[in-house]
Design a protein around this ligand. Sequence first.
Ligand code: GLU
Length: 480
Amino acid sequence: MNEIRTRFAPSPTGFMHVGNLRTALYAWLLARSRQGKFILRIEDTDQERYVENAVDVIYATLKSAGLEHDEGPDKDGGVGPYVQSERRDLYRPYAEKLIGCGAAYYCFCDKCEEENDGEIHEASALCPCASMDSAEALAKVKAGAPHVIRQRIDRSGVSTFNDTVFGEITIENKVLDDQILLKRDGMPTYNFANVVDDHLMGITHVVRGSEYLSSTPKYNLLYQAFGWDIPEYVHLPLIMGRDAEGNVSKLSKRHGSVSFENLVSEGYLPEAIVNYIALLGWSPKSDREIFSLPELAESFSVAGLNKSPAVFDYDKLRWMNSEYIKALSAEEFAAKALPFTSVAESFLAGAWEKIAALLHTRVETFADCQEKIAFLLEQPEYGVELFNHKKSKSDPENSAADLPVIREKLAAIAEWNAENISNALSEFAAETGVKAGRPMWQARIAVSGCAVTPGGPGEIMEILGKEESLRRIDAALTKF
Ligand code: GLU
């Protein structure tokens, strides 16, 4: 059997929607799972939508997601250029070939330029140019009349094709339009370029969003007019989002972050994002959920792709991210989490490793870190009622009496570490005849100002250092 060749063909529009990344992932997985090639093609023929640096975002995203391409603008495989604007002169001869065989025609109407790439215009409104005498049309073109080239579509009957995910699809030809293939500026539309390029690049499997399903019969007519093999189609269902009211609609910003780079900047690990989106539309044969990229490549099969739209579940992504975070080594966690905090610029810079150890099992995303340790960097305002704690029998009165003694004991510690601090607190409890929970609570509130902290008073005070810990206890004492 021939080698499998898949492609990812993003338009450089500035950011990578998770839906696009999922398309790239499945195309990559399909190639990798069957020892094929994965090709990157930049579809930039719509120059109005072009965004500076967007191509860099594409490269950076694929790299960070681990989806290495075998061929692309930066890796020649002999079928380039891989950037459509660099191929612009190549499309006209193909469009003219279609004119030659009656599958396309020149159109001189003004309205054409207003049509956007891919937009379906009134199918019933047949363009008068469709019936223009071909010699007359050619003479106009030679005389320099502005024109586009349109596909000529026979609107009788139906078109049927097979999609790997959606099965057999039948569309009535009367809904198909004489779409523009070549624009006035000589640039191809997506609708034309995708066919020519997929053929010239030897693409065997076209993996793309289901929004292209309805246009696929038109692409098939082009393949047939050229006498080319039609690739296998793998259209992917939409990714949906759920809003606060529980309504489901196409995933968009109002549901949360939708781009890979935003999710990364919100503290999700690329590996976790990739793992999560792999399962948004594809099911492995088991209940397993955590898959590394190589494991995905091993398990992936198009048979596991679902045609029903998947709902992006941010809670699930958070959970998965927390699993990936827990699996990091202490050093990796510390290195990756630091930029999400202001610890490096604070008096606690030297204690980061210890702080990171407190956070490691307690956060779901790196962005959770700063909030969890804000009390270390700066003690929040708090009232003495925080000293009330039923279980440990702490209250503001006994705290006012206990804390000066506790402070004495702490001040006497020679080697400032969590163990010695906890011992001092236990010692106080034993001497006073109370449960250890009481001084623990009192000390925790005094040094943190928070009822809930990552780590106990010993760990917190070790991180804060002796001087700062005693200073905070003194500040607490002024409150009573
Ligand atoms: N450039 C198209 C897009 O970004 C690609 C569609 C396709 O994969 O054929 O939607």
